[in-house]
Design a protein around this ligand. Sequence first.
Ligand SMILES: [Ca+2]
Length: 148
Amino acid sequence: MTEACGGLKTSLQGNISTPQYPNMYPRDKNCIWKISAPSSYHISLQFRDFQLEGTELCKYDFVEIRGGFSPDADRIGNRLCGSDIPETVTSPSNTLYIQFKSDSTVSKKGFFATFFADPPGSRTSRRSLIGLSKPQADRSQSLRFIFS
Ligand SMILES: [Ca+2]
């Protein structure tokens, strides 16, 4: 049975995960999520769990995040794979494009991520609040606390 994956998200917060998470993701998947927030909002995506097949250039299984709404949009950061939880990503504008791809061998648990859209202004204040209250290394922990 082929399971649909990806989709369009227009809520101000929510989550996305690989198909069958927390069980191993299926092989040969290409999932695309598009997140859309009101104009002038910014979207932040925080990975809570991340376990993909890891290879040097993330050739086989990977996640790519783009600031925009199409595969042509500029990628934010590197292609992601392996088992290190990536840093939280914030969109340059009000849309985010996330692709998950798996190849025909070796599956892992996959990822679970939460997203939230911030109106203009609040992102800056939240960021500086986090920056002031916690050292860099604890940032993901403090985000988890604030947004859970
Ligand atoms: Ca694989």
